[in-house]
Design a protein around this ligand. Structure first.
Ligand code: GCU
Length: 392
């Protein structure tokens, strides 16, 4: 309680220099999603896919997340542990090491995967980029956590997987290089080199490489899920790797799903100062210079189109700017419309605990704090059921 009071006091005297007052949001103009760099108005899926989408991807690589290296020398999948009777016989547990080698260095991503028992055909899967304690995704289920309610997913007929983000890049400004970036040292000195968030997204794509050859998994039905910093990575993963069929970005906030131009809650300067190891060095040019950004996060959401996208907020999580997140998702509708996909999101942000769960664009604001909970997962399952067709 004491901490909460101190925190609220800090906010009221604005110790962090962040704005939490809607009246103080200055007018801003978002870069136009549907206008190419050469001022061509984009009105067709063809022009979106051939002109504007690649342009926007490059803008994000150059200015925000850094380039995504696609080459490596070798990838090896090894099932290191297995339990065909996990979860009281309801699931088949596989602990898979994904070893990727390049530049004579190897990075190892440890995947925990539960597949429903007695499946008749390959199943759809959820993959969580785990940015919390490893115990949240424990294979032995010593800890049953709402952050990754694997039992519930199995019950709903989905395979459920997770890897810990530190396997790809430790979340620390001094040690983040000790993962994927050992394979790509040239990235570290380049202005548009990827850093930790890029590495986490890269690792999600290597899990997709694994899913492609696991006969239990329907790799055409994989949802990548992330919370907060993990939600920034899940978005970037889905944007650059279209093999992901669906994306969930939970409370992802600044440089995730929310609009930077609004400068509400966390700002670019704040995030680059607290976490200098997350984004490309070029991103620091936009500290206190959101106006200069040639993009905003609605354009990242649009890169997920036409695939379903679930965006969330929590009512007490003003730091992540729920309103700016919703406005961002509403803007992305324009690209879904090119695909003739109609979003059912209302004009104004929905009330707390009133989920809108119809594909292609889903949203809810959950009552409570910044977190990923069983309530959130229950909605993600509904979107997947709706999109992939419920199977049991
Ligand atoms: C910090 C950071 C956010 C991030 C969050 C999290 O609050 O400022 O940008 O989303 O941590 O990952 O939980």
């Amino acid at each position: 309680k004491k901490l909460l009071i101190i925190f609220l006091l800090c906010i009221s005297v604005n110790v962090f220099g962040q704005n939490y007052d809607e009246a103080k949001v200055a007018a801003y103009t978002l870069p136009d999603l549907l206008m190419s760099v050469n001022k061509k108005k984009i009105t067709t899926v063809k022009d979106w896919e051939n002109i504007r989408r690649p342009e926007i991807l490059s803008l994000f690589e150059e200015n925000v997340y850094g380039k995504m290296p696609r080459q490596f020398d070798n990838i090896v999948f090894e099932v290191k542990g297995e339990n065909k009777n996990a979860m009281n016989g309801k699931a088949h547990l596989k602990e898979v090491e994904i070893a990727v080698t390049s530049n004579k260095k190897t990075v190892r991503i440890n995947l925990i995967l539960f597949v429903p028992s007695k499946i008749k055909e390959p199943v759809a899967a959820f993959l969580l980029i785990n940015n919390r304690g490893k115990e949240n995704t424990s294979p032995n289920r010593e800890v049953i956590s709402g952050f990754w309610p694997a039992e519930r997913l199995i019950e709903a007929g989905y395979a459920i997987a997770a890897f810990h983000y530190s396997d790809a890049a430790p979340d620390n400004e001094d040690t983040f290089q000790n993962g994927v970036l050992r394979l790509y040292p040239e990235q570290l000195s380049a202005g548009d080199g990827m850093k930790a968030v890029g590495a986490w997204a890269w690792a999600a794509s290597r899990v997709m490489d694994y899913f492609k050859q696991d006969k239990d998994i329907d790799a055409s039905k994989v949802t990548v899920v992330g919370h907060s910093r993990g939600g920034k990575a899940s978005l970037w993963a889905a944007a650059q790797d279209t093999r992901f069929a669906m994306c969930v970005t939970n409370c992802s906030g600044n440089t995730g799903a929310s609009l930077s131009h609004r400068r509400f809650g966390e700002t670019i300067e704040r995030i680059n100062t607290s976490f200098p190891h997350w984004f490309a060095d070029n991103y620091k040019k936009y500290n206190s210079n959101e106006k200069g950004l040639p993009l905003d996060q609605h354009m990242l959401l649009a890169l997920v189109a036409p695939r379903p996208l679930y965006v969330t907020n929590a009512s007490q999580d003003l730091w992540a700017d729920p309103k700016g997140t919703y406005l961002s998702e509403k803007e992305a509708e324009k690209v879904y419309r090119l695909y003739k996909l109609t979003s059912s999101l209302p004009v104004s942000p929905p009330a707390v605990n009133m989920p809108f769960v119809k594909p292609p664009l889903a949203y809810h604001i959950r009552e409570g704090k910044h977190d990923l909970t069983e309530y959130d997962w229950a909605q993600f399952i509904k979107l997947a059921d709706n999109h992939f067709g419920k199977k049991k």
